[in-house]
Structure formats: structure tokens, C-alpha cells
Design a protein around this ligand. Sequence first.
Ligand code: ATP
Length: 461
Amino acid sequence: MLGSADSDLPRVYRACTEGEHMKADLETLASLAKRRGFAFPSAEIYGGFASTYDYGPLGVEMKRNIRDSWWRRMVQSRDDVVGIEAAIITNPAVWRASGHVAGFTDPLIDCLECQSRVRADHVENNTCPVCKTVGRFTEERQFNLLFRTFVGPVQEDASTAYLRPETAQGMFVNFENVQTTMRRRLPFGIAQIGKSFRNEITPGQFIFRTREFEQMEMEFFCEPASSLEWHTYWKQERLAWYQTLGFNPEHLRLRDHAKEELAHYSQATSDVEFQFPWGWGELEGIAHRGDFDLRAHATGSGHGLSYFDQEKNEHIVPHVIEPAVGVDRLMFALLCEAYDEETDAEGEKRVLLRLAPSIAPVTVAVLPLSRNERLLPTAREVYGALRPHFRTQYDDAQSIGRRYRRQDEIGTPLCVTVDFETIDDHEVTIRERDSMAQIRVPVGGLVAALNERIDALTPKG
Ligand code: ATP
């Protein structure tokens, strides 16, 4: 059981393990994440804070790897996308024009039986998801998800500002700045990674839904006539990326939103869904936002926002395709996907995370066979030689078997063991996480041998 911060998890989610391929339920993952330093209940010494987490040393490495992979794929490896970082607290007029102040709401109902507060759109068959009572709900109320704050010393309506609920608007309000300074022609995209905040009614399921989270979003501006083609393109491209992270394609699916489900700005939206421990759930939204946002900000600011097409000699308002995914939610999906348990011939259980090398917090662990002082200088030397090349960890505490177990549990794909023979023959053992295969290689060729194995273990997408 995780710290008290998770006691607000709806029971239905805690017990359920619908995702058939899942070897772990929510609690197993949350407890591994805590035990191994991925994520802790926030301010745990104060009893935690509902559905809020602090990321530990391995969690921050993993999140950084997720961001880097996304940024490389979406920005650095393309000619048609550039990045920005916009302010979290900006002019509140942005959120009035975007429709968030008036309309960023979720429908809220209370179960009269167990007093649980739930989102009306999450209730199936008129049944309370917590206590299963049918049809005993309060009237639906609209609840605004924006976090409000005050800028400056006086707390009054005139100084009200908002924590951004999405990073997307930062791209729209900077459309002209980016387009002109970077001399961009359509189609082109603007990408951003950063924190967003939503006062969610029913946060929970560990880091799947929290009030403070991080998003990776890209707004792709294109000509209206080609926008549907681009929507199709981005759906395929995003799925291909997930495969490079090690997702089995059968555990992901694309789901088109029905008309009545579409957000106010959207002409079409498809979700990339993942089979979470409780069933299919949204991992990423790929929305066709039309020209809604640029027009809304042109109206709101009085500053025309359009693109001058030199060939046609006319101004057009581009349409926008937006792939948007949460770093935290993706980290959780990756932990679900990677978790595995095996039992060996002696009946001993091995827990491992089969994380892709690009995502694993540690890529190579250097482990001297024991703390014998004859081994340590060589082991330290090997560690020093590998550090510039890999995310490397050195560990000489406890038995070698327990150290392998620990590295398996945090998803380290490769371990390098330094033993007494190393001192004479200058060879070390590489041990692979997934197969547990061991081979001996000369220290001189170790970096190349590790790179070869990392390449072989890297999913191709
Ligand atoms: P949901 O329907 O789950 O509330 P949404 O459709 O409102 O999500 P978007 O506004 O499309 O979500 O946000 C894009 C992505 O940001 C989501 O697919 C998800 O990965 C992530 N995300 C959104 N809200 C949260 C949250 N409260 N906690 C963690 N990640 C979130």
C-alpha cells in the first residue's frame, strides 16, 4: 500500500486489473515506484497531499529521457517544427479568448449513497463507479478546472490570473513571432514541453491524472485544404514513435471521438489509447483544431493573425493539428508496459522492468563482484571510462545477486561485472537484463560492445 496520499483512489481502480497483458496492478506499480525512487507521495512526512507526487532520482531521469525522445523526434529531427517555452502565468486575456475561463469545465455529480464526487462523463449505466449504487446522484453542476491566483500585492478581481491548463495557447499567441522570426512557410509546427495545471475533480490512479502535470504538445499549422491529410499523417507518425519506446502495438489503439464528444474547438480528434491496468484509457490526444484558436486570439487581442501566401497573394488563417501527450501519464504507461515477473527453476521470483535503453534511468551499471579492495580500483576505473558514454551507476553494496535483482527492478538493460580475473586478463562480464545472458569482453572494447548491445535492445519504429 502506498502512502496516505493514495487513499483517495476510487476503489474500483485499485482492485481492477482488466488490462489482460498487465502483470502488475496499480498498487504494485506505485509501490515499486516509491521503493525504488521513481515517485513518492508529495510531502509524505506531512501525510502526503491528495494525488500529488514528487519525482525521485530515477523518476527524474526517466522523465528526462521521455522528454528528450519526444523532442528529438518532434523537433530536432525535423525541418518543419521549432520549439518555444511560454510563461506558465500569462495575460489572463489569453484564457478568456481561448474559451477556458467560460468553458473549461467538467460536469460534476455526487453519489448520494457514498458521497463520492465523480465526473458525470465517467459514469457508465447510471452506476456509481465507487459504491456501484444505481441512479442516486445529485444534479449535474459544471465545475471550472482553471487554477486561479493573484498577480501583485492586492487580491482582487482585477489582479486575477490563471495557471495555464495546457501549453497549447502559448504556441497560438506566439504564432506570428515564430513565423516571422524563423521565416517559416506553411506547413510548420511549434512545439513545447512544460507544466500544466488543472483542478481535476477526480484525480487519481497514481500519476495517470494529477492536478499538476507536464505536457508535450505541438501545434502544426497547415493549409485548410490539406489539414485532414495532416491529421492522418500525425496519427501514424505518433503511433510509430510509441513503438520506438517499446510499446507492443497491440497494447495501443487509435480511437476517433464521436461528434458529441468533441471539444468546442475541434473538428476531429483521435486519441491514442493504451491498455492501462483498468482498461483502455487516453494516452495522447491528436486534435484537428481547425482555425478556432488563431481566430479567437485575433478577436480577443484585436491583432490579426493570419499567414500571407505569397504564391496565391492572399492571407489565410491556417488550420491546426495538435498531438498532445502528458509526460507523467506516458511514464506511467511505460512502467505498466515494462513491468514483468519471472520465476526461476528454484522458484525464486524476479521482477524486472523491460524498459527501452533510451528510456531506462540507468543504461549501464558497474558492479564489482565484491567489495574486496583488490577489485575496487579496477571497477572505479571501468566506471570512470563508461560515464562519458552512458547513464552509468556504480554499486558495490550487498551480494552480486541482489545487485542484479535491484538493477532488473529499475530497468537497467546492461550490467558490467568486474571480478578477480579482470585484474589479470582485463576482461569484464556484460550481463543482459532480459535474457540474463553473460558474455566476457575486453575492457578496451567495452564501449563498442555495450553500444552494440544497446542497439540490439532498442525497439525499431
Ligand atoms: P482527460 O479526458 O483524460 O481528462 P483530456 O482529453 O482533457 O484528458 P487533453 O486536454 O487532450 O486531455 O491533454 C492532452 C494530454 O495531456 C492527455 O492525453 C494526457 O496525456 C495529458 N493530461 C491531461 N490531463 C492530465 C492530468 N490531469 N494528469 C496527467 N496528464 C494529463
